[in-house]
Ligand binder design. Structure first.
Ligand code: SF4
Length: 220
């Protein structure tokens, strides 16, 4: 089988190419990278491939991240901390709507080298998914359905339950008379989507309340 190459006429060894091969016509196999190179050549692409690549070249130039603002960040899901690039549309002005349009691994990051696991690759959904809950949900004791409640209701309910459980299970001294001031009646599970400052304050507060069971969602 003959192969097509634009790099100085050298015929690519298609058996060692790692990217998928594009087969254009019998006897011709080119890599995706070579195809894009050929498209840049314009007339060269036309004569070599037998069809006009101008529309394809135009499509390549109209990337969806064109004009997007680029932010380097870190995937929030687990302790690996993969580097991520988030692209947004919107100027940031008061009369614009900012939205994330694409997220990809940061190729310059030494931890992940541009790769993301499936969970990290979907992290854009944290910002744009229509299934995101934006208010607390509450299921009353004995009920089989959840209902949307406002934050005042949720915070009051949480504070009352927290105090009740702490009062009922607080232990000042252990069996040997040592001061422990702890409660084993409440557990706290942190979230990978809180900031470092949030995590610090949560941990401090929960330990001050006497909790010993404090863990993180990414370890579950
Ligand atoms: S991309 Fe995957 S491995 Fe990397 S930080 Fe996110 S969840 Fe962890």
């Amino acid at each position: 089988m003959s192969s097509f190459s634009t790099d100085g006429g050298r015929v690519a060894n298609t058996s060692t190419l790692r990217s998928p091969l594009w087969y254009c016509r019998p006897g011709m196999a080119i890599s995706r990278r070579t195809f894009l190179k050929a498209s840049v050549g314009g007339a060269v692409g036309v004569s070599a491939l037998g069809f006009d690549l101008t529309p394809a070249y135009a499509a390549v130039r109209q990337l969806k991240i064109r004009n997007a603002r680029e932010y380097k960040t870190v995937c929030p899901y687990c302790a690996v901390g993969c580097g991520t690039i988030a692209y947004t549309h919107g100027s940031g002005g008061l009369n614009t709507t900012n939205t994330v349009i694409h997220v990809e691994g940061d190729p310059d990051n030494p931890i992940n080298g541009g790769t993301l696991c499936p969970k990290g690759a979907s992290q854009m959904q944290l910002a744009i998914s229509p299934r995101l809950r934006k208010s607390p949900m509450y299921r009353a004791a004995g009920a089989d359905e959840w209902q949307e409640v406002d934050w005042d209701f949720a915070m009051d309910w949480f504070a009352r339950k927290f105090k009740e459980s702490r009062d009922n299970t607080f232990v000042e001294r252990d069996g040997q008379g040592r001061t422990v001031n702890r409660t084993n009646g409440i557990a706290w599970v942190g979230s990978a989507t809180v900031a470092n400052e949030d995590a610090y304050l949560i941990t401090k507060t929960m330990r001050a309340m006497g909790l010993t069971y404090i863990d993180h969602q990414a370890r579950i």
